[in-house]
Ligand binder design. Structure first.
Ligand code: NAP
Length: 319
């Protein structure tokens, strides 16, 4: 697609984002769609110097090579709250603002974390398959599950989503503690300076910290061992945070109680060992995937661009 308007700043869209954002980018910003160019490299060589704004998603990202190919770039508006696929250091070094879509998805991701925790503890997936297979509970036939109410909830990463997860614990009379790089004195929950100690204490451990190299395999074999044969791990953050080979081994050996996973290593798709286990509940990375939240995220992609073009500042910058 060639550019229609030449009076407006050139916005380059790197990948489809969603119907609302795609329409807004096309109609309001006359965005050029890079993936629709017959030869993206040739387009970048010819027009890269004119691009001032990029619209992208956490899935597509924006790497350092692309940033280098856009010498006039001043803002990147990305869909999604994670930004490990965006070369933020390279962007910030050039004074390029990077925006993501935080806050608007906290409740839905927290809801899904709870859904996974309840489903893993109460064996909802296995029970659903049991009924669909034509069975019904004869006394003592379907395995007993694990109580949630009144138990101990550990949160790894008490950020926006982690705090929303923790708040829901109150309704289930749970004691909540958390681990992060620093305590948050503004919250009522206990801080554990060591993740191992948090795992040892927790009945349920929910992972809600960012992905990327800094947190890779933070949930190690030892952490899973500390969570123990009755402990349940929930991950709504990124697959990379959990040592998945260790997780599979622990589940197979009965050294971990169960897992609820919205994210896994090497997405898309989950390994056969996880798919085969009745102790595991899986969802396909849909933490924010409700109609309401996805619409709000798409709006924020557009609002960040509007704010930048109006005032020179995006609304929700990644720092
Ligand atoms: P956030 O507000 O930035 O919170 C992240 C939390 O993680 C902070 O409390 C931070 O605290 C902690 N943290 C950062 N580095 C850490 C480390 N090395 N060790 C331990 N804790 C660390 O982010 P958010 O909006 O809550 O989102 C969290 C993550 O959820 C995102 O990065 C994304 O990957 C994931 N996510 C998943 C979905 C989904 O669909 N499943 C949807 C949205 C987001 P300190 O800085 O004090 O350590």
């Amino acid at each position: 697609m060639q550019r229609v308007r030449t009076d407006a700043p050139l916005v380059l869209q790197l990948a489809p984002i969603g119907p609302l954002a795609d329409q807004g980018l096309r109609e309001e910003f006359a965005a050029v769609r890079l993936w629709e160019q017959a030869d993206a490299e040739a387009w970048l060589a010819a027009h890269g110097a004119e691009v001032t704004c990029v619209a992208t998603s956490v899935r597509r990202g924006c790497d350092a090579a692309l940033i280098a190919a856009l010498p006039a770039l001043r803002a990147i508006s990305s869909w999604g709250v994670g930004f490990e696929t965006i070369a933020t250091d390279a962007a910030h070094a050039r004074g390029i603002q990077v925006a993501n879509t935080p806050d608007v998805l906290d409740d839905c991701v927290a809801d899904l974390a709870w859904a996974l925790m309840l489903a893993a503890a109460r064996r909802i997936g296995a029970a659903d398959r049991y009924v669909r297979d034509g069975h019904w509970r004869a006394l003592g036939e379907f395995p007993l599950s694990t109580r949630v109410s009144g138990k101990r909830l550990g949160v790894l990463g008490l950020g926006r989503i982690g705090a929303a997860i923790a708040r829901r614990g109150q309704g289930f009379a749970m004691e909540v503690r958390y681990h992060g790089r620093a305590p948050r004195p503004d919250t009522p929950y206990g801080f554990e300076p060591s993740l191992m100690a948090l795992a040892e204490w927790s009945d349920f451990l929910i992972v809600a910290c960012p992905g990327g190299p800094q947190t890779r395999h933070l949930v190690s074999a030892s952490v899973l061992e500390a969570l123990g044969p009755r402990g349940i791990l929930v991950n709504i953050a990124r697959g990379s945070v959990v040592d998945q080979a260790a997780l599979i081994r622990m589940l197979e050996e009965g050294r971990l109680g169960g897992a609820g996973l919205d994210v896994v290593e090497d997405e898309p798709g989950a390994p056969a060992a996880l798919r085969a286990s009745d102790d595991v509940v899986l969802t396909p990375h849909v933490g924010s995937a409700t109609r309401e939240t996805r619409e709000a995220m798409e709006r924020l992609v557009l609002d960040n661009l509007r704010a930048f073009l109006r005032s020179g500042r995006v609304l929700t910058p990644v720092r």
